[in-house]
Each structure stands twice: as structure tokens, then as C-alpha cells.
Ligand binder design. Sequence first.
Ligand code: GAP
Length: 513
Amino acid sequence: MSLNLDKFKSVISHAKEYGFIFQSSEIYDGLSAVYDYAQNGVELKNNIRQYWWKSMVQMHDNIVGIDSAVLMHPTVWKASGHVDAFNDPLIDNKDSKKRYRADVLVEDYCAKIEGKIEKEIKKATKRFGDSFDKEQFINTNPRIIGYNNKISDILSRLAKSLENEDLEDVRNLIIELEIVCPISGSKNWTDVKQFNLMFGTKLGASADTATDLFLRPETAQGIFVNFLNVQKTGRMKIPFGIAQTGKAFRNEIVARQFIFRMREFEQMEMQFFVKPGTQADWYKKWKETRMKWHLSLGMGEDNYRFHDHEKLAHYADAASDIEFNFPFGFKELEGIHSRTDFDLKQHQEFSGKKLQYYDNELKESYTPCVVETSIGLDRMFLAILSNSLKEEMLDNNTTRTVLKIPPFLCPYKVALLPLVKKDGLPQIAKDIYNTLKLEFNVTYDEKDAVGRRYRRQDAIGTPYCITVDHQTKDDNTITIRERDSMQQVRIPLTDIEKYIKDKVSFNPTLLAM
Ligand code: GAP
């Protein structure tokens, strides 16, 4: 097992042990690919959502938010193309009876070749030391060129076959690459078949009269059907955006990798309505803006990359993923799609209602084009959790586990720790706690030695620990310990709020973007 997969295992067990994520219905042995956010997880998740909302909605004069219902009129999904085309290509292994996404089997095969490239680069970095030029090595080393060509040939063939609905060729590709079932090890594959990912449900009391509905597979359609309502009531002028966050549901067949691919998950989406013909420029702008948002979190430029799509969804004229370096490799974190005027035109046709924008300057009506940014909140959570989990060796040869989450996203901003459980110290700590809790999410802990309490706070990412000691009683000062440096400073009680506020606010990060 590679180091990164060991890391992934640690992330999963840390998430459970420290109250971030539990499996849904765990006492009944769980429900596959469905998860619950626990007491610390829900705070981190809320903070990520809030940071996204602030930067995408409230920091933009021309973007507003909505919160549309999960259940929608069934014709929405006919119009959007989801009833006919929201499918995954599936293949079964006849020996293990396990079902796989055919495209994922091929992509995993390519990821293994990428792993070989990484190994070659690592070896060369060691060999050449400081003089190593990675770019040049990638472009000139025959073995790496061969690997890259192979990946590119395989992925273009896969994209072409999927686009042409040539499922037989997808199967042939799997056979030619000699891909085996990870469980049985055999190449005994069935044909590839399409499978619709939407969850069905029913509206109404009796089986005869009930209407068939779907749980929404994306939040975007709730925005499209409200386009005119928002534009008119908000007197919005093009270009403008509508954003929302909320649950989406997909009957994922290959649901794995923890919260990376779930059946019930949350999206943060923004549809930006623009004048037809300008969408290519806006697409470029939103790609840049969203990458800047990610980089603002300080998780390292090398951990992100764009993946421009060869196979475009039925509604798009350009699409790109922002991929993140998860412990199991680079995978999609966010999608940026130029969706043309497809959705509005489809809803106009199926509803019979005019969904156009009257341009006062041009004195004409048109159907706007849409550039969409769509990020999975759970995937963002996983990116942050896996990137921030560190095992550190300390000077005294002990180790500590610490979550180096950006302070403004941390579940708790401050922990109040009386040095001992007597001499009036708990009361002083509780008084500070009661004052600070109006402003920040704070926690209080008086159990065990202070060193162990620091470790507990490190493990959930609390950036500041305030210790109340005997000196506090003499001079009204406390110590504040910073999580990453473990340095302590002593400051007056009266300065605490300002000291913390400056350090846990996301304002400087927003302004620097
Ligand atoms: N409205 C466009 C749309 O839904 P998508 O690429 O299917 O596009 C957007 O999904 C984002 O939603 C993805 O980049 C990913 O972060 C997240 N996402 C999609 N399926 C998911 C799943 N099964 N579990 C968790 N997140 C998922």
C-alpha cells in the first residue's frame, strides 16, 4: 500500500475518532456511501459553506442567492435531459458479481500509469538534486513521454466511445487493456450498459394516483426555473449570477472513497447569466476566479490543476474541472461549465413560458448563456481535512496529531483551559468563555493535564488555546497558545477578543483575492 493510501486511512479514522464524520445509521451497520456530519464536522462544513457564500454571493454586487426545494416538477428533469441522459456506463464482473463504472475502471488504469510517472520524477529528483528541472525532464524523458502518450490515447478513445454511445468499444478497451476485477482478479466482463443515476420517489397518498418525482441530482435546475422570478424581482441586469447551496442525490453505483462520492451530498453552485457570444470570456474569468478562491486557502498551488474536458456534457460548449490532490490522487473537486443557452431554452420549450431577458440597451430580448461553477461541499471538506491532518515529531521526541485547518474554517476558534480545577481558575475561564461565545465558537475543557488538553485541541484544529493560571488572579492576564507554532504569549484579559478576532477573520483573505 502506498504512503498516500495509508494517509487516507488515517484521515477516515481521524474523522470518526474526533467527531467529524460518522457513517449513517451506524448502529444498523451503516448505509453504503451515506454519511452524517458529527459535532465538529458540522461546524467545519458550515464554515466552508459560509466562506463560499461570502465570497461568491455577498462579495459580488451582481450575484444573489436562493434556496430552492429538493423536490421539483418531474418535467424539469425531462427538460434538463437528466431522464434520458444522466447515465453511467456500468459493467459487471461475472466471477465476483461486482458492478463497476466502466469509465472509472479505465481511468483507474490511467491513474496507475500516472503513478509510474510520479515514481520516475521522484527518482530523478533524488538523482539530480538541486539542478533537477522537472518540466524539462517530463518533456524529454522517453519513458515519461511514452507513458503520457499512452494515457492520452486511452482517454481520447474512451471519450470518443462514450460520446458516440459506443458501449461495445468501451468494453473492448477494458479487454484490450487487460483490466482485471479488483475482487476476483478475472477478466470475465459482461457487456457495458447505461444506468440512470436519479433516485425516484412518489408524491401522493395512494399508489394509483401518486406522481413519480425525482430527488434532484443537482441544485442547478432550481436556479434555472427561477431565473425570471429572480431577474424581475431583483431587477437584475445581465451579466448576473444566482447561487445556491443544498443537497443533491445520485444513485452512485461505484460509491467509495469515503465522502468523495456519496449518494446524498451537498453542492455549492452558481449560474452566471451572460449575453450570448460573451460566454467564452466569462468561462475564462470564472475559471481564474475559482482557482484563486481555492488558492486563498493556502493548501499549496501544486495540489491543484485544471482538467479541460474532451467529452462534453450534452449542455456544454466548454468544461473544465479543478482537480485536487487527494490522498488517492488528483480528482475532480469543482466543475466550471459553459452551459450555453441549453437549459433556459429547454425549460422554455417544456413549460411553454417565455424565459428570456429584455436588454434595455439593445432594445431586444434574448436567451442568456450560462457559465456555471459547481463545487461539492463534501469534497471540499475532504480536501481540507486530508490536507490539514499532520503527524509531527516534537523536540522531546514525542509526536502530536494536528489539524492545520485555516483558522477561519476551524470548528472552534478558541479553547478555554483553566490550569487546574481549583483556586477559582475554572470560574475565571468560564467567565471568559461566556464573553467570547457571543463572538466565536468556543469550547471549555478542564479535564486532564493541560498538555493532554492541548493535544485534544490540536487534533480538532482549534487554533488558539487560552490558559487561565494563578498569575491571572494577580494581574488579569492569560496565555494564548497558537496551534501551529505552539508558541505562547501572555496578554491582558481585556485584549483577548481583539487578539483573536484579527486572527480568525476571513476578511483579509477575502480582500486579498
Ligand atoms: N450542475 C453541474 C453538476 O452537478 P457535476 O460535475 O456532476 O456538475 C459538480 O457535479 C460537483 O459536485 C463535482 O465537482 C463534485 O465536487 C460534486 N459531486 C458530484 N457528485 C458527487 C457525489 N456523488 N458525491 C460527492 N460530491 C459529488
